[in-house]
Design a binder for this molecule. Structure first.
Ligand SMILES: Cc1ncc(C[n+]2csc(CCOP(=O)(O)OP(=O)(O)O)c2C)c(N)n1
Ligand SMILES: CC(=O)[C@@H](O)[C@H](O)COP(=O)(O)O
Ligand SMILES: [Mg+2]
Length: 629
């Protein structure tokens, strides 16, 4: 890389010629394609913000001017322009570059949370801080059209519009896509502006004059902007952003760096809250991505750059089991409907939508609305299945608690990516749901151990019409089915020694780990019974009773230890009058740096050997006649 190699920080960009900047954009695209082809990551979103990222860092002065990237999955270009291009070989690898902004990596990075729609709230807060502390710095928030469908974004815009002379620039990166095309009235309005043929001649005329330099400098932009505004007003008289009291600049071709720089210069000079509407294409510069109808290579596994084909075929995952079973259920139950928050394919509702297009709803990145609208559906006679990644349900806890459970609505939540996910960093792990949901009165929570149990428990869940039900499963490959010795209430006894003195309660994806741990512990003389509760809320009394008859209880879960299955089971034992010793194995209460799932599980001691060692050590200490510590 010639030009990109020379960049140690954004200041270097301001000394570059147009030719060098054009070369820089090409080099950035090449590095994006190479590093994502090798390591996986967010190719489409980052190819779409190459010129935008360069323009932002030429016009604004990061880190003095704070730049916030909504969701953060499209911050690779920002990282390259802030001196990290040479580290891209380590992208998303343990100890390497995070796939999202990281304050540990750079003073230019601010927001690490990968949950969408937060950037404008951060920016509003930062702008208020600048004003109160007497700083004349700018805050720049880059938010995608998808993230703009999240409710928080509109809460923030409502406040930003009151911003007076707060120097806040909102850049809407409008590529018309989340994974699939962004949905909703807002998206339709943005699309209208993007695609209205009446717009094209005016836009082209402006761009042509800019390029021919007949209008020099930002003053030119004023004149041209006035022309375009006239055009825009004619086409979209009720500018939704202006109606909020926000100054609007755009739409601007987000791949025309010079036009973007003019617009951002305009915005910077305004000295108050202003919204710049940039039109971009996800995957720009890599035709295979642009043409990918599913998600324009939003999130790509390692691939061959010539063909775009994944270089390693992932084994059938949990999602595919759900995808097939929900269609069978939908065939049998006309009251069952599906709801996704802009992730139709990733959560596996696509087959359901293909077969019953009127019964699957994409609500945009709006989990809170998804949940409460599901409650509405249930109150009116449907059985909604809300399919989201586990971590994103965090955002809708109040809705689950008081809009669904308080009203005893029969809503089923299917939580994919539950447990440690790893690659996408701390905010993507599904490690809080089995703690958070323990708090919800009446809610029933299932953690299937394999595909057969996922199918069985999903059916049991949708059969409940007077309470919320939850079925949660991990990311990636689904383990081979684990047969049961016998059913105990709603639970399955998976392995049992005569006169066992150790009782292992294992939930969901870590059942196999627990079974292997039992086998290792048996080699040291332990006598172990392993039970899969299947429903971890509420526990079947027969399971609690059986556990209480043991010397040691060990719980294993792919969830936080605090308030999770182990904590709840301990409470159940105490409520049943048992003071049996309990050892809880789960995810420590910490934000987990990105790494592969297995690496993290190993570090957390969620492995057969570590659990077996714990069983043996505690059993030895617990032997009658030895002082119990
Ligand atoms: C609360 C929440 N829900 C779902 C997601 C999953 N997700 C990550 S990126 C994305 C699409 C974002 O679309 P957009 O904001 O338009 O950005 P683009 O990728 O198009 O640049 C989604 C749904 C998330 N990160 N946060
Ligand atoms: C940024 C985001 O939230 C998603 O794109 C995330 O990367 C999902 O990754 P998987 O679908 O690979 O779990
Ligand atoms: Mg988008």
């Amino acid at each position: 890389m010639g030009v990109l190699d020379s960049i140690s920080g954004p200041a270097d960009l301001r000394r570059m010629s147009d030719e060098e900047l054009t070369q820089l954009a090409a080099e950035i695209r090449e590095l994006l394609i190479c590093s994502v082809a090798a390591n996986g990551g967010h190719l489409g979103p980052n190819l779409g913000v190459v010129e935008l990222g360069i323009a932002i860092h030429r016009i604004f002065d990061s880190p003095r001017d704070r730049i916030v990237w909504d969701t953060g999955h499209q911050a690779y270009v920002h990282k390259m322009l802030t001196g990290r291009a040479n580290d891209f070989g380590s992208l998303r690898k343990e100890g390497g570059l995070s796939g999202y902004p990281s304050r540990a990596e750079s003073e230019h990075d601010w927001v690490e949370n990968s949950h969408a729609s937060t950037s404008l709230s951060y920016a509003d807060g930062m702008a208020k801080a600048n004003q109160i502390l007497g700083r004349d710095d700018h805050v720049v928030a880059v938010i995608g059209d998808g993230a703009l469908t999240g409710g928080m974004a509109w809460e923030a815009l409502n406040n930003i519009a009151m911003g007076g002379d707060r120097r806040l620039v909102v850049i809407v990166n409008d590529n018309g896509r989340s994974y699939t095309p962004t949905v909703g009235g807002l998206a339709n309005r943005l699309t209208e502006i993007r695609t209205n043929p009446k717009y094209e001649p005016a836009l082209n005329a402006i761009k042509e004059r800019l390029q021919r330099g007949r209008f020099a400098g930002p003053a030119a932009y004023d004149a041209l902007h006035a022309i375009k505004k006239g055009v825009k007003d004619a086409l979209a008289p009720q500018g939704m952003f202006e109606d909020l009291g926000l100054k609007y600049i755009g739409p601007v071709d987000g791949h025309d760096r010079q036009a973007m720089e003019h617009a951002l210069t305009q915005a910077k000079r305004f000295g108050g809250p202003v919204l710049v509407h940039a039109l971009t294409t996800k995957g720009q510069g890599y035709d295979i991505a642009v043409a990918n109808e599913n998600d324009q290579m939003h999130q790509a596994n390692p691939f061959d750059r010539e063909t775009g084909e994944a270089t390693s075929v992932a084994p059938a995952g949990w999602t595919s089991v759900f995808r097939d079973e929900i269609v069978r259920i939908a065939d049998e139950r006309p009251d069952v409907v599906g709801i996704t928050a802009a992730m139709l394919y990733p959560v596996g509702l696509d087959a359901f939508a293909d077969k019953f297009p009127d019964r699957v709803f994409d609500v945009g990145i709006a989990e809170q609305h998804a949940v409460t609208s599901a409650a509405g559906m249930a109150l009116a006679g449907l059985h909604p299945v809300v399919a989201v990644y586990a971590t994103f349900l965090n955002r809708a806890f109040d809705q689950v608690l008081l809009d669904v459970a308080l009203h005893r609505c029969g809503v089923t939540f299917v939580l994919d990516r539950a447990g440690v996910t790893g690659d996408d960093g701390p905010s993507h792990n599904g490690m809080w749901d089995m703690s958070m949901l323990q708090l919800v009165p009446g809610l029933r929570l299932a953690a299937p151990r394999d595909g057969a149990q996922l199918r069985e428990l999903l059916r049991e869940a949708v059969a409940v019409d007077d309470a919320p039900t939850v079925v949660r499963f991990a990311k990636g490959a689904v383990p081979d089915d684990v047969p049961a010795l016998e059913r105990l209430g709603v639970a399955d006894v998976l392995s049992r020694d005569d006169d066992s003195d150790v009782f292992v309660l294992a939930a969901g994806s870590l059942v196999r780990v627990a079974l292997e741990a039992a086998d290792i512990a048996r080699q040291s003389g332990a006598r172990v019974t392993v039970v899969d509760p299947r429903w971890v809320k509420p526990f079947d009394p027969a399971v609690v009773e059986l556990a209480a008859r043991h010397q040691l209880v060990v719980t294993v879960e792919d969830n936080g230890r605090q308030g999770g299955v182990g904590a709840a089971f301990t409470q159940a034992l105490r409520d049943a009058g048992s003071d049996v010793l309990v050892s809880v194995h789960g995810v420590e209460q910490e934000f987990l740096d990105h790494a592969k799932r297995d690496v993290i599980l190993d570090r957390l001691g969620l492995t057969p050997q570590a659990i077996a060692d714990d069983i043996v050590a505690r059993s030895a200490r617990n032997k009658p006649g030895t002082a119990r510590r």
